[in-house]
Design a protein around this ligand. Structure first.
Ligand code: 5AD
Ligand code: SF4
Length: 449
């Protein structure tokens, strides 16, 4: 039996795609290994969103080459967005690479691998308008949380983003197939499912929209938590907000990328909304769900961004007080609209702006976490904490990580935890009535309340 090793970079869609690849290969008799040196086929599922992501992967390809020398005949395949973006270039420039397979061509993998074993390099990077791998059973490891792609591609064409070029046009799976898969996951003991799409709230299956999908999925098993990512502010409908609010098992956690606090920059980014519209959404969300967690993505140093416009982003963050923010330096990507603009904000300035924003976010996250001290949170137990076998890690409905001492619980259980301490990223607590003996998080600051 040939053994495959898969390494995954980038977003959760890629994690879900690697499971689809696993499903396709398992059906054809391939085995899997977590040890690269033991593999007959090394696959790396790649990300092309920023140059930095690609540079890391080039580094890995070098390392795979060392294994290939030790085990001649080992195949190296590049999958995903970087494969789609670079195509022939990857095989020409990286002599070690045997396969280059884009996100819509994974069904061809078994055939391509077989051909590559007899010396024929394979490139498959056609994008599809219909492929959604609806019938493939992803190879998931048993656990508590599952990823489930419900739509693929993106039609938004934000001017900085390579995704519409690497993942193609939007297409959704049928509502029935998603509901069926969630039912299977519930039967297998999964307790949380995250519906995924590059632009998940523009999901559509005939007359059904994303709000319909969320409601149907939430009804499958009320003990199962439902999450979703990523939303575009333009498609955040009132019905979707109402649906999240009305269903107790849909998590009150919304990732709503804003990208910039300046309307001029938003227009240059082709984001199709204004800050006023965005703040209106935040208000609607908080009116419907006062305790909802809101997170965002921000790009610093988009072409022509002035200091004043950067300040607008800082002001927006102070106003919204996000629970979390992912901050990025603008990275020019070939083919995009912004590629034609002059990348005129110096790297150093981009760095300073990202630093300021992330520091501010740390401070806000910490303050918001501190407000939870003394409160009881329902936590889904996920597994042993990274630092100690004596402790569990789990998450709240609002996606906050909680660490607490083990006391006979099992993963997959929901339990109430009193929050005792925190840092910007993590809460620490105990079972109500239990002694306070949580030893995790030595670095945490003194509690100020
Ligand atoms: N440069 C920097 N950040 C980017 N993102 C997407 N494209 C770029 C780029 N060219 C960020 C956006 C998006 C997140 C997934 O990655 O903030 O929401
Ligand atoms: Fe990229 Fe914009 Fe589509 Fe998100 S919505 S994947 S940022 S083009």
């Amino acid at each position: 039996m040939k053994r495959v090793y898969i390494e995954t970079y980038g977003c959760q869609m890629n994690v879900a795609d690697s499971e689809v690849v696993g499903g396709i290969l398992a059906r054809r008799g391939y085995g899997f290994t977590n040890d690269m040196s033991d593999a007959d086929v090394i696959l790396v599922n790649t990300c092309a969103i920023r140059d930095h992501a690609e540079q890391r992967i080039y580094g890995r390809i070098g390392l795979f080459g060392t294994y290939k020398k030790q085990r001649p005949g080992t195949l190296i395949g590049i999958l995903g967005c970087m494969a789609e973006r670079l195509r022939f270039k990857l095989v020409e420039e990286e002599k070690l690479v045997d396969l280059v397979v884009g996100p819509d061509e994974y069904r061809k993998l078994p055939e391509l691998i077989e051909n590559a074993f007899v010396g024929e390099k394979g490139i498959a990077t056609r994008l599809s308008r219909v492929e959604n791998y609806e019938d493939i059973v992803p190879l998931r490891t048993e656990g508590i949380s599952a990823w489930l792609s419900v739509m693929r591609g993106c039609d938004k064409f934000c001017s900085f983003c390579v995704v519409p070029f690497t993942r193609g046009r939007e297409r959704s799976r049928s509502l029935a197939s998603v509901v069926e898969e969630v039912r299977t996951l519930a039967e297998r003991g999964f307790k949380e499912v995250t519906l995924l799409g590059q632009n998940v709230n523009s999901y559509r299956d005939g007359e059904y929209d994303f709000a319909d999908l969320m409601r149907s999925v939430a009804e499958v098993d009320r003990t199962m938590r439902i999450r979703f990512t990523t939303s575009h502010p333009q498609d955040m409908s009132d019905r979707l907000i109402e649906t999240i609010a009305a269903n107790s098992n849909i998590c009150k956690y919304i990732h709503l990328p804003v990208q910039s606090g300046s309307n001029r920059i938003l227009e240059l980014m082709n984001r199709t909304y204004t800050i006023e519209h965005y703040l209106g959404l935040v208000k609607k969300i908080r009116t419907a769900m006062p305790d909802a967690s809101l997170t965002t993505d921000i790009i610093s140093g988009f072409p022509t961004e002035t200091e004043e416009e950067h300040r607008m982003t800082v002001d927006l963050m102070r106003e919204v007080r996000y629970d979390g923010a992912y901050t990025f330096k603008y990275s020019p990507r070939e083919n995009t609209k912004a590629w034609e603009m002059v990348d005129d904000v110096p790297e150093e300035v981009k760095g300073q702006r990202v630093f300021e924003i992330s520091q501010l976010q740390q401070k806000i996250s910490h303050e918001l976490n501190q407000r939870l001290i003394g409160k009881v949170e329902q936590v889904l137990v996920e597994g042993p904490s990274k630092k100690s076998d004596e402790e569990w890690t789990g998450r709240t409905d609002t996606n906050r990580t909680v660490i607490f001492s083990k006391n006979g619980e099992a993963s997959g259980e929901y339990i109430d935890i009193v929050i005792e301490r925190c840092n910007p990223a993590t809460l620490f607590g105990r079972r109500p009535g239990a002694h306070s003996d949580c030893k995790a998080g030595f670095k945490t600051e003194a509690v100020t309340q």
